[in-house]
Design a protein around this ligand. Structure first.
Ligand SMILES: *Cc1c(COP(=O)(O)O)cnc(C)c1O
Length: 435
């Protein structure tokens, strides 16, 4: 699989290079040079295929030139270990539940796949590969679970002290083994800065093999294509046009859906559903891309003012506003609307939406009321409501029980290394721990 940089089409990389670099040297984003189109027979056979067979055939079409079939099968087998069911709310609305993995959010798919791929390409058994990640909450849990006990790879997760939920903190700090948590006395941006400094530190990099598991890594994006097809498989018998509503922050999930469509997925339209951090819906409405500082909301994994994957979406449509608008409609909602939707869906369908998925639900309802044609809306259920149990219980005015594994998790002792915002100390810790 050849990739190019969104900043310079002649800057090329293999999948393996893009995986370990994360970003191209010119600070663009990697995009596939050619997006393979799936054969008619794949669509015909789809209803008979299992989720992991679907994922394998898509992965084979995308990266079969760099990874042998047996290896790819093993990687897929270890990635797709939980289902992605479409749960129908009514005749025209379904929730694609992507939260049945270990961290209870869709990010598990990308993180697990990336861990398996990195372990496969990690060809220097003499030195461990050290993955540095900063998290504001959800990413860290998915990466920790995804890389847990992966041979030859150590993971260091930096998180801002007191700024992640108790459940999220336990997901980062209780695994142990090859996962180490650093509790930084600062903000998420401070955590990112410490990591950035480590990557720019030539002397350190001569001694330690460092890499990142950033959300814009192509290896986290590609596996998200798989579940769009898995969702389509489950609803194709209805014979209705399919619209995907995607609760969005950095727009990786939506980008994966658009890639799936270019591979031949019969999706009629996509909805970019955001909270009040509405940079993309404003672009779709007015034609100007104007990022602004992010605002804190209930759906905080979507609090992104400057969505980084937007550059990828522009590439898909030759940076032409009208073409982008032909594929995507944008909708933004505030916290009050989000809470009202959660209450309405609970009252009408006894279904508990988490605040992120609720934004996707609102977008589908708004789009549906504008459109005269019948279609089936698939809302991407990006997180399990239990992950935001306190907020959800308060909003629904009911006591939401915590699933048993989460009760257990909250009882585990936390283990984290405290760290001030001081690069010299972080550097010393890295050298002492891994040098
Ligand atoms: C990360 C996340 C999102 C946003 O996904 P993007 O790919 O960044 O647009 C939405 N919901 C939840 C629960 C998330 O964790």
């Amino acid at each position: 699989m050849q990739l190019y940089s969104t900043n310079n089409p002649s800057l090329r990389a293999t999948f393996q290079e893009a995986l370990f670099q994360g970003l191209p040297p010119d600070n663009g984003l990697y995009m596939p040079v050619r997006i393979p189109r799936m054969h008619e027979s794949f669509l015909r056979e789809l209803p008979k295929l299992s989720f992991s067979e679907i994922a394998y055939l898509l992965a084979e079409a995308l990266m079969g030139d760099e990874i042998a079939p047996d290896t790819l099968r093993k990687i897929i087998h270890r990635t797709i270990t939980f289902p992605a069911p479409v749960v129908a709310l009514d005749e025209q609305t379904g929730i694609l539940e992507l939260f049945h993995g270990p961290s209870l959010a869709f990010k598990d798919f990308g993180a697990r796949f990336m861990a398996q791929i990195m372990a496969h390409f990690n060809d220097d058994p003499s030195r461990d590969l050290i993955i540095l990640v900063a998290t504001s909450g959800d990413t860290g849990g998915a990466v920790a679970a995804g890389f847990y006990k992966t041979p030859g790879i150590r993971v260091v997760i930096l998180y801002p002290s007191g700024k992640v939920s108790p459940l999220q903190e336990k997901q980062l700090t209780t695994l142990g083994h090859n996962i180490t948590a650093i509790e930084v006395k600062g903000s998420f941006d401070d955590c990112q800065d410490l990591i950035k400094k480590a990557f720019l530190d030539e002397n350190l990099r001569q001694r330690l093999r460092l890499s990142s598991a950033n959300s814009i890594n192509i290896a986290r994006l590609l596996p998200q294509i798989f579940y769009y097809w898995e969702a389509y498989k489950q609803v194709q018998h209805l014979g209705l046009p399919i619209v995907f509503s995607v609760p969005s922050g950095n727009f990786g999930n939506l980008t994966a859906g658009l890639l799936a469509q270019q591979m031949g997925l019969p999706a009629q339209h996509f909805l970019a559903a955001t909270n009040v951090n509405d940079t993309v819906p404003r672009y779709l409405k007015y034609g100007h891309f104007e990022p602004k500082p992010s605002v804190r909301t209930l759906s905080n994994a979507m609090d992104v003012g400057s969505p980084s994957n937007f550059a990828r979406i522009l590439q898909l449509y030759s940076s032409t506003w009208n073409i982008v608008r032909a594929h995507i409609s944008g909708f933004a909602f505030d916290d009050e609307q989000t809470q009202a939707a959660m209450r309405a869906v609970y009252a009408d369908h006894q279904y508990v939406l988490d605040p992120h998925t609720a934004v996707g639900y609102l977008a589908w309802k708004a789009y549906q009321s504008q459109q005269p044609i019948r279609a089936f809306g698939i809302i991407l259920g990006t997180a399990h409501p239990a992950k935001f149990q306190e907020d959800v219980s308060k909003i629904l005015r009911t006591d939401l029980p915590l699933p048993q594994p989460l009760e257990q998790l909250l009882k585990q002792p936390k283990s984290a290394t405290p760290m001030p915002v001081d690069y010299a100390l972080f550097r010393k810790w890295l050298s002492n721990t891994f040098g």
